[in-house]
Design a protein around this ligand. Sequence first.
Ligand SMILES: Cc1cc2nc3c(=O)[nH]c(=O)nc-3n(C[C@H](O)[C@H](O)[C@H](O)COP(=O)(O)O)c2cc1C
Length: 321
Amino acid sequence: MNQHRFCVAPMLDVSDRHFRFFARQLTRGARLYTEMVTTGALLHGPRERLLAFDDAERPVALQLGGSEPGDLARAAQLGAAAGYDEIDLNCGCPSPRVQRGAFGACLMREPALVADCVRAMRDAVSIPVTVKHRIGVDREESYGFVRDFVGVVAEAGCEVFVVHARNAWLDGLSPKENRSLPPLRYPVVARLARDFPSLVFVLNGGLRSHGEALAQLDRVHGVMIGREACENPWMLADVDPLYFDRPAPCAARDDAIDAMRPYLQRQVRAGEPLRAVVRPLLGLFNGLPGARAWRRTLSDAAMLERHGAGVLDIARGEIRA
Ligand SMILES: Cc1cc2nc3c(=O)[nH]c(=O)nc-3n(C[C@H](O)[C@H](O)[C@H](O)COP(=O)(O)O)c2cc1C
């Protein structure tokens, strides 16, 4: 079975462990990705906290940011030892801070270095090492650029490429603008899939519905969705029937709330801020009457303080009222 048929994107400040646990209540088949963790933070920072996750989230990939093969190898080892199912190297992030660290999207200009990084990580761990990248940087739009990048990195043993199907414009755009302004070019990813038939290509960028995503699966092996899964998480409840030919774990939003209740209680007992644990649920009713009341209650500090984990039921009651 293709393990990357449907993936939920790595998103800084979004795809944290609570988001992933919630996503996992809605789909068993999707592959989940952590936020990007830099090698510096992992090797010299609060390692345990950065790597902590619940076994129920699996399969989950740890995304690393870095460009020094030795550091990446050690970081990958820590990830594998912690139980992650995949190590993904970020070669697509355009933020100026990441560029100063000389990793992220600017690594696409250095395929030999990325190959060294992949080789070092593969030598260090037995779980798959994957690469997430763009189709070009700045105004470099030739197909040859991304084809050669993939070719060189594949030589080092990378078999799965997650391709955000737009260029990264490193000269002056914010990361947010870089997720919408450079034009999407899905045919480039389809062409890569044709030209490298033994590799797996996951298409990412701008997919807002299952109709759009499923239509791509004729041409690529998998799809990855970011913002839509965060803004409208209930869309994940359709993933298992549509992509994996198995029943959805939650037939209704209330099933998802039921599934989250014990987790909330557990996390609060463990000292996690309730606000962080409920945040992934804010969009659960988006598009339905009551969505605003739900969101307002779950983001109200006084309500969280007063009701603790019971705030879920208070918020649910307000929708019914
Ligand atoms: C808030 C936010 C944070 C992101 N953080 C990361 C990250 O840590 N690593 C990464 O590779 N991509 C990151 N991305 C990019 C997404 O993984 C994805 O490539 C991009 O949003 C396009 O997919 P979408 O149109 O389905 O959202 C982030 C995107 C968003 C919206």
